[in-house]
Design a binder for this molecule. Structure first.
Ligand code: 5AD
Ligand code: SF4
Length: 467
């Protein structure tokens, strides 16, 4: 690996938290080589686009960005342009880049991002695009690769890579490969080190976190991991993303219910509310089983709240199917929902059915609007129910839209705007807040006491709030 001096990098990250974590690992390797973060594309000597393949809109966004960078590359030929992430795992992307974007210097995938230093060396010695994408992960997981986490007190920690579920609409099992769990000892060592560095919140990541550990010897599960992390001093909040409704054991619910640290917000992607659609999606649960899980969770976890992902316009979805989705949304009353129009992904079974039995685009749009309208009404009511309550908020900084308030999040993931107290910086502090008002997408309130615990050791020397 060659060291570099005064060379600047910029990483654009599209898509999910797994990609954000991958970008942190790319940044860590670059900073170990001597790169520093660039403030703009014009200043960067290396630009990496870390792409997402989950829907066509994300892909179009990445292609558009790569296209726009052609001019910059022509003006500054010494600049290196790299494309990484889930799209790089798709053969169609490589063909497109070769044809339409020969100004790209390097393409690497999700399984070999730990090779970045060597790949940059090789790309710099070539005149044409270097494509190095592993079809699958190697035998052993790449542990101990440096990473540069973003500032703050929240850290993302990978626990399981890949997905074996093969939902028929989803490209992820093809771009991220088979499920591979990290050893629990490695995860706990990482969390302990994070706590020593001053991080106070961890988000465990995986495409399917409740499959965690089934491939380890001896087998462990997510409940074991969450129970162990409860014991790590200094970690105040624990989240995990994303679980599958199918593998939610009673023990996992009990562990969450008994915990002081684990989020009581369950993100349970429903995807659809009709059994024939769920079957064709290969979700492996029925609406009745999903409802039973909601009931089990309500019984096991005090103050539990639910959020979800829903797709409308899956091939063959009828109006009656869609109404069954609306009915479930009305019955469960999710706090919020990520809602998507079905987007065919080449190589998946549903993309073939889309050719025979598509839901027309205007119908997809209409269903999305109706679903969002219903969900917004429910979200507003759920938020209004919190007026007058107190909750702890992790302040992330001054709101970008309104500098008289701080913006933060509750442990259940709600955005909370907090009235600023002059002369005090509460960034990265956990503060008790009284909720005074509620809107569809956020709550607002005022600070009622001192921040909890000591300030983080991450460089924010903060005065305590005087009450
Ligand atoms: N079309 C639309 N939405 C999709 N998702 C995954 N694949 C597709 C697709 N082909 C949604 C699912 C998933 C979320 C991350 O993205 O709802 O839970
Ligand atoms: Fe995709 Fe289904 Fe795996 Fe989630 S569980 S990543 S939706 S295949």
């Amino acid at each position: 690996m060659r060291g570099v001096v005064g060379v600047q990098y910029l990483i654009h990250t599209l898509g999910c938290q797994m990609n954000e974590r991958d970008s942190e690992i790319m940044a860590g390797q670059l900073e170990t080589m001597g790169y520093t973060a660039a403030a703009s594309e014009e200043q960067a000597d290396l630009i990496i686009i870390n792409t997402c393949a989950v829907r066509a809109s994300a892909e179009d966004h990445a292609f558009g960005h790569v296209g726009r960078l052609k001019q910059l590359k022509e003006a500054k030929p010494s600049m290196t342009l790299a494309v990484a992430g889930c799209m790089a795992q798709e053969p169609g992307t490589i063909a497109w880049l070769k044809k339409h974007a020969p100004h790209v210097d390097l393409v690497f995938g999700t399984h070999n991002l730990h090779q970045l230093p060597r790949l940059l060396d090789e790309a710099s010695e070539r005149d044409e695009m270097l494509v190095e994408v592993w079809k699958s992960a190697g035998d052993s997981l790449a542990e101990h690769v440096p990473s540069r986490r973003r500032d703050g007190v929240r850290a993302h920690v990978n626990i399981i890579y890949g997905c074996d579920k093969f939902c028929t609409y989803c490209i992820v099992p093809f771009t991220r490969g088979r499920e591979r769990s990290r050893a629990m000892t490695d995860i706990l060592r990482e969390v302990q080190a994070l706590a020593r560095e001053g991080y106070q919140e961890v988000m465990f990541l995986g495409q399917n976190v409740n499959s965690y550990g089934h491939d380890l010897d001896p087998k462990v599960d997510l409940a074991d991991l969450l129970e162990a992390v409860e014991e790590v001093d200094g970690i105040r909040w624990v989240h995990y993303m994303t679980p599958h409704p199918r593998d939610f054991s009673d023990r996992l619910l009990e562990v969450i219910g008994a915990s002081q640290k684990i989020s009581r917000q369950l993100h349970l992607p429903l995807q659809a509310g009709s059994n024939p659609i769920l079957r064709r999606m290969n979700r492996k649960y029925t609406r009745e089983q999903y409802m039973a899980l909601i009931d089990r969770a309500r019984a096991a976890i005090a103050d539990v709240s639910f959020t979800t992902d829903i797709i409308v316009g899956f091939p063959g979805e009828t109006e009656q199917d869609f109404e069954q989705t609306l009915e479930m949304v009305r019955e469960i009353r999710f706090d919020s929902a990520f809602t998507f129009m079905y987007s065919p992904r080449e190589g998946t079974p549903a993309a073939r059915w889309e050719g025979r039995d598509p839901v027309p685009n205007p119908v997809k749009k209409d269903r999305l609007n109706r679903l969002m309208e219903l969900q917004y009404e429910i979200s507003l009511e759920a938020n209004q129910g919190l007026i007058g309550k107190s909750m702890v908020v992790l302040v992330e900084g001054v709101s970008k839209k309104n500098d008289s308030v701080w913006a933060g999040r509750s442990q259940t993931g709600k955005v909370v705007l907090v009235d600023r107290v002059p002369g005090i910086d509460l960034t990265d502090r956990f503060v008790p807040v009284h909720i005074d008002a509620a809107k569809t997408f956020y709550l607002s309130g005022s600070v009622t006491g001192d921040p909890l615990g000591a300030p983080s050791a991450l460089g924010h020397a903060l005065p305590l709030l005087q009450s």
